[in-house]
Design a protein around this ligand. Structure first.
Ligand SMILES: [Zn+2]
Length: 299
């Protein structure tokens, strides 16, 4: 029989994940156990005329016709089609934690300034949390206040996949679980994945491994991204990245001076305080990779 976590891992999109977590939270997911009212036995092997459920590939479909789904999968798919789950999914981030203990904010089930969209505590060392992207910074700050002194392990943070495709959420999530090394509990690290598919590409994963962030660094970078998005216009943000790409020399000095002369006093102060002129291209890229995390959907 599939466990709660097995059903979570079978989700093919962020909306399905949110719907599954909500159904599990309220104990209203119809598990296909023999004692359940709508129990259906294991599905038949795949043949020309018969097949098991096309989502879980284990249980018998409710009807021998499309969409060939068992009762539980049908419930998840129907619920995930609700507009609020689809909308919330596009604005959310997934946090998968492998830690030495579950943070207090997770155990409490809620935190003061953050709306938790979904939550699952797998065991005493693993948890899953879904938040709005705009709440991630606040949640990390709460983590720093209440849990940072004793917390060790790794947080993998990534936006959920939106489409149901072959390399869908099931693959992404299984990989995120597999990538956590339970033996590295000597420090607390965070991987902020800019795109969900980065997890599936070994080259991108290696790049992220070299970007091990501490909790303080993650908060600082997200604060900076937030400031850049509010102080600089879209065109100015592009120009700033173009300047970072230029080789050090007289030409760069000229263009940098011209850029500084055309921006607002507030933006000039920001550049001066953070000394962005001396930042490496790699650090700029990291900063710009995090831009999707700071989209404000409330406006
Ligand atoms: Zn199924």
């Amino acid at each position: 029989m599939l466990t709660s976590f097995d059903w979570i891992r079978r989700c093919r999109s962020g909306a399905e994940l949110l719907a599954t977590l909500a159904l599990l939270e309220t104990n209203s997911l119809n598990f296909p156990y023999p004692s359940s009212p709508g129990y259906k036995s294991l599905g038949p092997p795949l043949t020309l005329c018969e097949r098991p459920c096309r989502r879980c590939w284990i249980y018998a479909p409710v009807k021998l016709e499309p969409p060939w789904l068992c009762q539980t999968c049908m419930q998840v798919v129907t619920e995930s089609g609700e507009r609020h789950w689809r909308r919330a999914s596009t604005q959310s981030v997934v946090v998968w934690g492998t830690v030495n203990h579950i943070p207090k904010t997770i155990l409490a089930g809620q935190s003061s300034g953050v709306e938790v969209l979904g939550r699952h505590v797998y065991d005493s060392n693993h948890f899953l949390l879904i938040l709005y992207r705009k709440d991630l910074l606040t949640w990390l700050k709460e983590l720093a206040i209440y849990d940072s002194d004793r917390l060790a392990g790794l947080l993998q943070i990534f936006p959920p996949a939106q489409d149901r495709h072959e390399a869908g959420f099931a693959s992404l999530f299984s990989l995120a679980v597999a990538l956590n090394d339970p033996h590295q509990m000597d420090q607390f690290r965070i991987h902020l994945h800019p795109r969900p598919y980065y997890l599936l590409q070994s080259k991108m994963r290696k790049q992220l491994d070299s970007r091990n962030l501490s909790l303080t660094e993650s908060i600082q970078l997200l604060e900076m991204v937030k400031a850049i998005r509010s102080i600089f216009g879209p065109r100015e943000q592009e120009q700033l990245l173009d300047l970072a790409r230029m080789n050090v020399g007289q030409e760069r000095q000229f263009y940098w001076g011209r850029f500084v002369g055309n921006i607002s006093p507030e933006a000039r102060n920001f550049l001066e305080i953070w000394q962005l002129r001396h930042w490496s291209l790699e650090r700029f890229k990291l900063l710009y990779d995090l831009k999707p995390y700071m989209v404000d959907f409330t406006s």
